[in-house]
Design a protein around this ligand. Structure first.
Ligand SMILES: NC(=O)c1ccc[n+]([C@@H]2O[C@H](COP(=O)([O-])OP(=O)(O)OC[C@H]3O[C@@H](n4cnc5c(N)ncnc54)[C@H](O)[C@@H]3O)[C@@H](O)[C@H]2O)c1
Length: 296
């Protein structure tokens, strides 16, 4: 594995690119938006600065990491000669199916096609390609440079060889991979999203306010951050898409997204990435204030 292509330069794409580049892989990031590509490189640079300040890496390592990254809006150019593609575009089934069909047509036959999807079936994605044995889930956690887990998801026809390659590669990135089977939401979001959804229902029914709900879970359950803050961190649009995939996939009302979540996504209140979610981030992502509408 020498060249890695990341499709999508959003919250996850920039973190995945950062992680590979820091381990000296050559990384191309592809996005339809030049603006998002520029923001991704700026975010990576800022995050590397923070690591230098904390003496986790040297400034030479920062320069080397940035040199390993190039960006393009030209899909063909970005994926040419890639040994591995990690798709981290918007969580939308139709979009991902189209991307994988295109990737299958352009990439070398031996290229492994991985997706960072949070919930969409790996088998369904693999079925639009002629390399079902080489399609796999590589589900990084946010923020990627810090979080240790990679959920490695096998589709029905993913080969042992592809699985072993991705498990080994995850270890080379200093991550801890866990192999799981294909089911809506896999393991992480199957358990996490119902909790976040329930926290939003609890807010909607005025059982407590935003800070109250998050404080109960932080102090009472020893969670490092509350579920509403975590939802802002993930992106409320991403949470909604995952719940919709699980609601349809299991045909079970217990995964039905809460009306407040749907309303906030419609209003463009997507969390940290838009500066407004359950908390207000207009002072920056690390300085959250409780959003006015949820103050008692
Ligand atoms: N946000 C999280 O905490 C989190 C965690 C784990 C996995 N994921 C998954 O990672 C994926 C990306 O999520 P995100 O939060 O980074 O989303 P995001 O909205 O921050 O970024 C998505 C990016 O994809 C780009 N894009 C859209 N269509 C494209 C195309 N055809 N080609 C190239 N780029 C395209 C968009 O321009 C945008 O920059 C999703 O599948 C999501 O479920 C998200």
């Amino acid at each position: 594995m020498k060249k890695i292509t990341i499709i999508g330069a959003g919250t996850m794409g920039n973190g995945i690119a950062h992680t590979f580049a820091q381990k000296d892989f050559k990384v191309s990031i592809v996005d339809i938006s030049d603006d998002n590509l520029q923001k991704a490189v700026a975010t990576i640079s800022k995050n590397l600065d923070r690591m230098v300040a904390k003496e986790k890496i040297t400034s030479e390592e920062k320069i080397k990491t940035l040199k390993n990254i190039d960006t393009t809006t030209d899909f063909n150019q970005g994926v040419a000669n890639s040994d591995l593609v990690v798709e981290a575009a918007t969580e939308n089934v139709e979009l991902k199916l189209k991307i994988f069909k295109d990737l299958d047509g352009i990439c070398k036959p031996e290229t492994i096609l991985a997706t960072n999807t949070s919930s969409i079936s790996i088998t369904q994605i693999a079925n639009v390609t002629n390399r079902k044995d080489k399609v796999i889930g590589m589900h990084f956690m946010n923020p990627v440079p810090i979080m240790k887990l990679v959920e490695v998801i096998r589709g029905k026809q993913t080969s042992d060889e592809s699985t072993n390659t991705i498990m080994q590669l995850s270890k080379e990135l200093n991550k801890i991979p866990v192999e799981v089977n294909d089911a809506p939401g896999f393991v992480a979001n199957r358990i996490l999203m119902p909790m976040i959804n329930e926290a939003i229902y609890t807010l909607e029914e005025n059982v407590s306010d935003v800070e109250g709900i998050d404080t109960v879970m932080i102090l009472g359950m020893s969670h490092p951050m509350g579920p509403l803050h975590l939802a802002d961190f993930i992106g409320l649009d991403v949470c909604l898409s995952i719940l919709q995939v699980m609601h349809e996939g299991f045909n079970d009302e217990k995964y039905k997204p809460s009306p407040l979540l749907i309303k906030m996504v419609k209003n463009g209140e997507l969390g940290i990435k838009t500066g407004q979610g359950f908390y207000d981030y207009s002072d920056g992502p690390r300085n959250k204030r409780v959003a006015d509408q949820f103050k008692k």
